[in-house]
Design a protein around this ligand. Structure first.
Ligand code: AMP
Length: 181
């Protein structure tokens, strides 16, 4: 898909078959991040629908959501809130468990990062099943925040994550889609 400004970022995303396990097509954005035009285009495209958005913070999900979310927060002149894997944040946290294919994982946010009624733009690199972003939305809501929207560079539409987030009442913005998983 050509993006609004005519720059095709999809060709900068590298696909690694069978990583991290057989059958997975890993969509690697390091090649996009390394290209100055592609990185800027991706950040601009993530940010532009929210240029006039009414929100306080960009929240990014560890780790690739930090690289994109930090840049989006800077571009939009907002603060950045990290959502991290369990045990990484130094002050008091609240956590949210979510199901993985095998077992459970936990993400955390500082308990005082978001105040009642704060509005948040959530950023990650990719949405697949929506398990991770869904947990991040639950965490933001537990903190008293509202999720204005969630934005991702890559959508894997066949895995249904974007639909799952929309069913939770969250607007979803994605830049490129890949069929399959
Ligand atoms: P999910 O929770 O299933 O929506 O998975 C999304 C998270 O897992 C994101 O943080 C992605 O970075 C990572 N992820 C899942 N599937 C892939 C994939 N095929 N290629 C690269 N990253 C992936």
């Amino acid at each position: 898909m050509d993006l609004r400004n005519g720059f095709d970022i999809k060709r900068y995303i590298r696909t690694i078959p069978d990583y991290p396990k057989p059958g997975i097509l890993f969509r690697d954005i390091t090649t996009l991040l390394a290209n100055m035009h592609a990185y800027r285009a991706a950040v601009d495209e993530l940010a532009w629908p929210f240029l006039h958005g009414d929100f306080e913070y960009v929240a990014g999900i560890e780790a690739r959501g930090f690289i994109l979310g930090g840049a989006v927060a800077h571009a939009l002149g907002r603060g950045f809130v990290p959502i991290r894997k369990k045990g990484k944040l130094p002050a008091r946290t609240i956590g949210q468990d979510y199901a993985l294919e095998y077992g459970v994982d936990t993400i955390e946010i500082h308990a005082d990062a978001i105040k009642e009624g704060d509005r948040i733009l959530l950023i990650d690199d990719l949405i697949a099943t929506g398990g991770t972003a869904g947990a991040a939305i639950d965490l933001i809501r537990k903190s008293g925040g509202e999720v204005l929207a969630a934005a991702f560079v890559i959508d894997l539409p066949d895995l249904g994550g974007a639909e799952k987030l929309r069913a939770k009442g969250v607007k979803v913005h994605t830049l490129v889609g890949f069929e399959g998983h």
